[in-house]
Design a protein around this ligand. Structure first.
Ligand SMILES: [Cu+2]
Length: 114
């Protein structure tokens, strides 16, 4: 690595450290909105396939009129049929399962946590 390349690399590392320091102000970024629309009443839309390890608030908006919940890992919202509820969960590296407990044979999936 040349001196110049190294200087650029150190600059990038400093920028990354500053970004980490600023992260708490961006906590809102960790809100994930999940929806079940009336037009697709057994869908769980908006759940990412991958997430970085960390604490997230899943805001589940259920517009279906059918009683659903959102369980991510071991944390779950109550079952409800309209409006929205939130569930906060800390995700660790690995694979995390999510589901709607009353309909877990079809409303389910996994998130890869990196
Ligand atoms: Cu359900």
């Amino acid at each position: 690595m040349s001196i110049r390349t190294r200087a650029v690399a150190i600059g990038a590392a400093t920028a990354a450290a500053l970004a980490l320091t600023a992260a708490p102000a961006l906590a809102q970024k960790n809100v994930i909105t999940v929806t079940t629309p009336k037009s697709s009443p057994f869908a769980l839309n908006g759940i990412p396939k991958t997430l970085k390890a960390g604490t997230y608030t899943f805001k589940y908006v259920n517009n279906s009129g059918i009683g659903h919940n959102l369980k991510v890992g071991s944390a779950a919202t109550p079952v409800f049929s309209s409006g929205s509820k939130t569930v906060k969960v800390t995700l660790k590296k690995g694979t995390v399962a999510y589901e709607c407990t009353p309909h877990k044979t079809m409303m389910k999936g996994t998130i890869k946590v990196t």
